[in-house]
Design a protein around this ligand. Structure first.
Ligand code: SF4
Length: 213
């Protein structure tokens, strides 16, 4: 409605005896737009030492309305070069793993514990994880997924705050911030050790069962 016609309509209501109009605030948000704005806002972050070796900030990518959010450890060399979470062979394997349980990449959102690459692919340090975690927590609270799949021990130890082996993590499902959470292998670990793929398949089937309920 044009401004002029809104004014005319309000005038008409006033003449009809209606003095007060309550306008319901717009509650729906465009999650994609919001995440894009936040990505821009944080892309020059210098909150921890990892910023000094950063080529590209890897915030996260995928469907902002995803029912499943996948969380990994941090960007590798290719991700750092391109600025996207999961690229190359790990990305291809992840796509295949999702497709095996009837999910497409377009349906999920993928992010990392730290958004800048740790040098030589070392594990992120406690202070780096602490500095970066609020960005991931904010992403989770915007996306509000029904399920989380944590890939690799670092992601699981950091978020679930339990120090145990990946094998032990995989034996259970968890509630992280009230969200049903699964833990499995990182695709790069599966590329190094193809024998573990059969175990990853068991994890994915558990997720599939709950997801499609
Ligand atoms: Fe900032 Fe996170 Fe990058 Fe550290 S890893 S500089 S906290 S965006």
């Amino acid at each position: 409605m044009q401004t002029k016609s809104i004014k005319q309509y309000l005038e008409y209501l006033k003449l009809s005896g209606i003095q007060d109009i309550f306008v319901k605030p717009k509650l729906s948000i465009d999650k994609t737009e919001l995440l894009q704005e936040l990505e821009k806002k944080y892309q020059s972050c210098t909150k921890c030492a990892l910023h000094s070796g950063r080529n590209k900030f890897c915030y996260g990518n995928g469907n902002a309305d995803a029912r499943l959010m996948i969380i990994s450890e941090g960007p590798g060399a290719d991700e750092d070069r391109i600025g996207k979470v999961f690229v190359g062979r790990s990305d291809q394997l992840l796509t295949k793993m999702l497709s095996a349980i009837n999910l497409s990449r377009d349906e999920v959102y993928i992010s990392n514990i730290v958004k800048c690459r740790p040098p030589n692919n070392r594990n992120p340090l406690p202070e780096e994880k602490r500095a970066c975690l609020p960005y991931l927590e904010e992403q989770i609270s915007i996306i509000q997924p029904e399920f989380i799949l944590m890939l690799g021990k670092v992601a699981a130890v950091t978020l679930l705050e339990i120090d145990q082996t990946l094998k032990a993590f995989r034996e259970h499902t968890y509630l992280y911030k009230g969200i049903t959470t699964f833990v499995s292998y990182h695709p790069s670990a599966l590329l190094r050790n193809p024998n573990w793929k059969k175990f990853a398949w068991i994890d994915l089937q558990k997720l599939q069962k709950d997801y499609f309920g």
